[in-house]
Design a protein around this ligand. Sequence first.
Ligand SMILES: Cc1ncc(COP(=O)(O)O)c(C=O)c1O
Length: 439
Amino acid sequence: MKDKAVGKLIKQEAKRQQETLMMIPSENYASQDVMDALGSVFTNKYSEGYPQKRYYQGQKYSDMLEELAIERAKKLFKVPFVNVQPYSGSPANTAIYFALLKPGDKIMGLALPSGGHLTHGVPKITFSGKFFQTVQYDVAKDGRIDYDAVERMATKEKPQIIVAGTTHYSRLLDFKRFAQITEKVNALLMVDVSHVIGLIVAGVYPNPVPYAHVIMTTTHKTLRGPRGAIILVTDKGLKKDPEMGEKINKAVFPGLQGGPHNHVTAAMAVCFQEASKQSFIKYGQQIVKNAKVLADELKKMGYELLSGGTDSHVIVIDLRSIGLLGNTAAEALEAAGLVLNRNAVPFDTNPPYFPSGIRFGTPGMTSRGLKEKQMKQVAKWIDKVLRGLKEEKERLKIDSLGERKRDNRNKIIAETSVIKTVAREVKALCKKFPIRKYY
Ligand SMILES: Cc1ncc(COP(=O)(O)O)c(C=O)c1O
C-alpha cells in the first residue's frame, strides 16, 4: 500500500486481531473471498435503483450481481422477497418502519438493558423513539422474557409493530408465541435476527420465517459476511400485505438511501454461498457448544450470568455481586488479550457508560477453531483477571463512584499483576490458532 499511514494502521490492526481473542459477540472474521469481493472493482460503480431499473448506465454486471445475491439469499433463508441494499442494521430497521408505519404509530420492542437494540424503539435518544410512539418490554426477574407480560402490554398498548430481536438475550426466542401475540392485537411481527442468523442457518436456533411478517438481519455477525444488512419479507408478510416487498424497496431507495454499495453486495453473495455449505452448519453448532461450556465453567466458578446461562452464542456476566463495573472489567480483560464489551444488565442502576455487566460470545473464537477444551481455559483466564481486579480494588479502597474515574481504573488495572501473565498465555494460544484466511 502506498499510503504509509493507513498501511501501518492496517498492519497494526491485523496484528491486534491475530494476537488477541475476539470475544465481542457481534464481531467475526470474514473469509478471504468476502474480503476480496469487498476490495473489488464493484466499489467503483454507482447503481441507484434496482436491477433492470437503474438511473445510471453501465449496469450489466451490477444487475447480475444484485440478482445473484438476492437469489442466493432467497434460497438460503427460504423467503419470497429480499432487499440486499441496506447499508447496515440500523438503516435497515429504519427502512422497515419507514415502509410499514406512519409517523406517530407505535413500536413495541425489548428494552435496551434487557437485550433490545437502540433501533427497537428506545425513547428520546433514537430515531425510532423520536418519530414513533414506543413502549418497551423487559425481561422478568429470572432474566427471561415473560410472554404473558408481553401479551398484556401488547393488549393494553395496541402497537402497530412488535419487534422480536436481541443483542444480549442468551435464550431462544419463542417466535410462535410472538406471532400469537401480534395476531391477537393485529400488529406486524418484525424479527431482528442480526445476532443469531448464523445459528438459524445452522439449525441450532428457532427459525422465525414461518411466524414473522418481516425480518432484518445484519450480514457481518454470526453470518460472517461483510458489514451490511438485508430485509426479508416472508410468505406470511406478503399474504398480509401483497405490496410489502415493494414498500420495503421504496423505503430503502429512494426513501432513505442513495446508491447501493455494490462491493458489499458482492461480498454478501459470497457469504450466502459460504453459509449454505455443510461446514457452516458445523460452525454454527460449535458456536453454541462452545458458549455452553464457557457459561457452565463460569457458573461453576460462582459467576452470575444473565438468565443463568446461554442457549446461543452470547453470555453476560452480572458483575454486581463481585463489585466491579463493566468498563473496568472490559478494559482489564482487553489488556489480557480477551476483547469483549461492557454491557448494561436488566434494570441496571449504573449508567450505560459505566454499566454493571460484560458481554461476550463465541462466534469469533469458533471461526478461529477454538473448541470446548479452549473454552475451559478462557473461563479460567476471565476468572483470574476478575478476581485479581476485585482484590486490587478492595486493597486500594476504591468504591464504585471512584472507579468511574479513569485514573483509578488505570491504577486498579496496573496493580493487577495477573493480567500480564494471562496476556502472554492468550497470545500463545492465538499463535496456535491463527486467523484462517479461507473457510
Ligand atoms: C439486534 C441488532 N439489530 C440491529 C443492529 C444494528 O446494526 P448496525 O450496527 O449494523 O447498524 C445491531 C448491531 O449491533 C443488533 O445487534
